[in-house]
Design a protein. Structure first.
Length: 167
């Protein structure tokens, strides 16, 4: 088994990209200032980099789940042009009060529950003691605590400057 490594778990909307209200169309996505540089900094420091994102827009019928994968593929390609890489993307399309019955579920992966983080920790050689999550909401920090890792609240602004203080 590979040696355990520190990991950075990043929320998507409000951290890596601007939270413009259910962002899902790459043509309309706005990167947070310093996002690519922050991911590259984490890569260069030897951390695994993961995206963990609730996507209740799927459960609300605003866009199909396939669109989440489209956006993540676009993000990965755009970051690659900047010399940065996300190791894995995880999302939860469920919401306990979803209008679409197929997605009306109180899911263990929906933050503030830690399911997405725990699934990544089980699939990758993550050292929880040296790992952290960066999120823009209290639910993100609760998920980090429940997964046994540090959580940091991103107030907005330059993501690279924020990450530089953590690594």
């Amino acid at each position: 088994m590979p040696e355990a490594r520190p990991a950075a778990f990043l929320d998507r909307d409000g951290v890596l990209i601007e939270d413009t209200g259910f962002p899902h169309d790459p043509a309309r996505v706005l990167w947070s200032p310093g996002a690519a540089q922050a991911v590259r900094r984490l890569n260069m420091a030897g951390l695994l980099v993961f995206v963990v994102t609730n996507q209740s827009g799927v459960a609300r019928g605003l866009y199909p789940e396939s669109q989440v994968h489209v956006l993540h593929g676009w993000m990965q390609a755009d970051l690659a042009r900047e010399g940065a890489r996300i190791d894995a993307f995880e999302h939860c399309p469920h919401h306990p009060e979803a209008p679409l019955p197929a997605f009306r579920h109180d899911c263990r992966r929906r933050k503030p529950r830690p399911g997405m983080l725990l699934d990544l920790m089980a699939a990758w050689p993550v050292d929880p003691a040296r790992s952290f999550l960066v999120g823009d909401r209290e639910t993100d920090l609760k998920a980090a605590a429940a997964a046994g890792i540090a959580g940091h609240l991103f107030p907005g602004g330059d993501l690279d400057a924020f990450i530089a203080r953590l690594v």
